[in-house]
Design a protein around this ligand. Structure first.
Ligand SMILES: *Cc1c(COP(=O)(O)O)cnc(C)c1O
Length: 431
C-alpha cells in the first residue's frame, strides 16, 4: 500500500492515540482502517486518493444541508474577514439564541457552549443545583457525551469498543448514575420509587441515535414527563442529535412532550463546533452570571460557529424540509434492509425525520439490549462491501445514519444498487 491515505494513517498512528481524535472514526469496530478526507461536496465525501462516497455519516449529524452548502459557506466567509473570536458579545449569539428559543418553545433561555458533551455536563449541573439532588437516571445505549457521570452504559463508540465503563471514571461518579433500558417505563417507575428523592434528572435521547436508531414507543416520552413530575426530578431531553434533525422543533415538537431542560449541538453549529443547553427561564437564571451555577467558555458563542449555525437554521426554518428528508431516509433504510433480506440474511430498517437505522436482525429493536442482539459479523462485511462500492455508512452497527437535503434520487439509486451487490457479496462470503 503506497496510497496517500495509507501513508497518512501510518503517520497518524505514531502521533495520535489510535490515529484519530475521536474513537468512532478509527473503523476499529468494522475491523478496518479509515480513509482520509480530501473534501466534501454536497452529498459526497472525497478521499485523499480520489475515491468518492455517498456520505450517510455527515460528520455524525451536523451537516443536514450536506457538505459546504452555499448559504453556510457564504456566512462563514463574511464573518472570517471580520475576525474569528472576540471574547466579547456579538449579534450572532443573540440571533442564534433567539432562533433556538423561537423554534423550541420549551427553551426560554439558552447558553451556547462548544460541544454536546459540554452541554449535557452543564445541564446536569443546573439540574443538580435546582433540585439539591445528586443522582441522574439515564438509559442504556443513550450517549450523552464523555463526562464521567454519563460514561455508564453509553452506547455507540463505547459499546462498539467493548468498554461499558471507562477506566478513569471514579466509582463515585458512576454510583450517582442509574441506568435502565430505553422504552421501559416500568423500570423507570421502579427506579424512581426506590431512589426518586435522590434523582436530580432523567436524561434521555428522545429518539435514541447512539444505539442504532431506536424510536420511542408511544407513551414513553409522555410517561417520563409524568413520572419526573411526580418525583420532583427534572426531565432533560438530550437533543444534541435529534434537535433540528427529526423536526424543526426537534423531538419535543415531533412527539409533543416538553422537557425542563434541552441540550443541543450538531445541527445548530452548521458543521462548526457548538453546543447549547437551555430550558425554563427559572432554571436558566441559575446560570452564572445571572445566578450561582458556574459555567464559562473562552470560545463559547464563537462568531464563526454562530454564523454557520444561524445560516443553517435560517435555511431550515424557511424550507421546513423534514417531510421530504424522511421520505429519502425511509427509502434508503428500508431499501438497504430489503436488499439484505433478499439474500436470506435478517435485516430491519427504520427512519425518523432525517435519521435512519439498519439492523442485522429480524425486527427493529426497542432497546439497546435488543439492538446488541444483531449479526455484527454480517454488518462488518456489509459495511466494507458498501465502502468498496462508493457508499459510506457509519462504521459501527450501533450508529444512526443521516441524510441531507442534497441526497437526491440519483444518490439513493446508487446506494440501493450498491446495497444489492454488497448483500450478495456478503452472502457469498458467509456461505
Ligand atoms: C454527539 C452527541 C453528544 C456529544 O456531543 P459532542 O459534540 O460529540 O461532545 C451528546 N449527546 C448526544 C445525544 C449526541 O448524539
Amino acid at each position: 500500500m503506497s496510497s496517500l491515505g495509507a501513508d497518512l494513517w501510518r503517520r497518524a498512528l505514531r502521533v495520535m492515540p489510535g490515529g484519530v481524535n475521536s474513537p468512532v472514526r478509527s473503523f476499529r469496530s468494522v475491523d478496518s482502517t479509515p480513509f482520509f478526507v480530501g473534501r466534501g461536496e454536497g452529498p459526497f465525501l472525497c478521499d485523499t486518493d480520489g475515491r468518492r462516497y455517498v456520505d450517510y455519516v455527515l460528520s455524525w449529524g451536523p451537516l443536514i444541508l450536506g457538505h459546504a452548502p452555499p448559504p453556510v459557506v457564504e456566512a462563514v466567509r463574511l464573518q472570517l474577514e471580520r475576525g474569528t473570536s472576540y471574547g466579547a458579545p456579538t449579534e450572532g449569539e443573540v440571533e442564534l439564541a433567539e432562533r433556538i428559543t423561537r423554534l423550541m418553545p420549551a427553551v426560554e433561555m439558552v447558553r451556547l457552549v462548544n460541544s454536546g458533551t459540554e452541554a449535557t455536563m452543564s445541564a446536569l449541573r443546573v439540574a443538580r443545583a435546582a433540585t439539591g439532588r445528586d443522582a441522574v437516571l439515564k438509559f442504556s445505549g443513550c450517549y450523552h457525551g464523555h463526562t464521567d457521570a454519563f460514561l455508564v452504559a453509553a452506547g455507540s463508540g463505547v459499546a462498539t469498543l467493548g468498554l461499558p465503563d471507562s477506566p478513569g471514571v471514579t466509582r463515585g461518579a458512576a454510583s450517582d448514575t442509574m441506568v435502565v433500558p430505553f422504552n421501559d417505563l416500568d423500570a423507570v417507575a421502579d427506579a424512581l420509587r426506590e431512589r426518586g428523592d435522590a434523582v436530580a434528572a432523567v436524561f434521555v435521547e428522545p429518539v435514541a441515535g447512539n444505539a442504532g436508531l431506536i424510536e420511542p414507543l408511544p407513551g414513553f416520552l409522555s410517561g417520563l414527563r409524568e413520572l419526573t413530575w411526580r418525583h420532583g426530578a427534572l426531565l432533560v431531553f438530550d437533543e444534541v442529535m435529534t434537535g433540528f434533525r427529526v423536526a424543526l422543533g426537534g423531538a419535543q415538537a415531533r412527539y409533543g412532550v416538553e422537557p425542563d431542560l434541552t441540550t443541543l449541538g450538531k445541527v445548530i453549529g452548521g458543521g462548526l463546533p457548538v453546543g447549547a443547553y437551555g430550558g425554563r427561564r427559572e432554571l436558566m437564571e441559575r446560570v452564572a452570571p445571572a445566578g450561582p451555577v458556574y459555567q464559562a467558555g473562552t470560545l463559547s458563542g464563537n462568531p464563526l460557529a454562530t454564523a454557520a449555525g444561524n445560516a443553517q437554521l435560517a435555511w431550515l426554518e424557511e424550507h421546513d424540509p423534514y417531510a421530504g428528508l424522511e421520505v429519502v431516509a425511509r427509502r434508503v433504510a428500508l431499501g438497504i434492509a430489503t436488499a439484505i433480506r433478499t439474500v436470506g440474511l435478517a435485516a430491519a430498517g427504520t427512519a425518523v425525520g432525517s435519521m435512519m437505522g439498519v439492523f442485522f436482525r429480524g425486527e427493529a429493536p426497542r432497546s439497546f439490549e435488543q439492538a446488541q442482539d444483531s449479526d455484527v459479523r454480517a454488518f462488518r462485511r456489509f459495511h466494507s462491501a458498501m465502502l468498496d462500492r462508493g457508499v459510506f455508512l457509519a462504521p459501527s452497527p450501533f450508529e444512526a445514519g443521516f441524510v441531507s437535503t442534497v441526497h437526491g434520487g440519483a444518490e439513493v439509486d446508487l446506494t440501493l444498487a450498491a446495497a444489492r451487490e454488497a448483500a450478495e457479496h456478503v452472502a457469498r462470503e458467509m456461505r
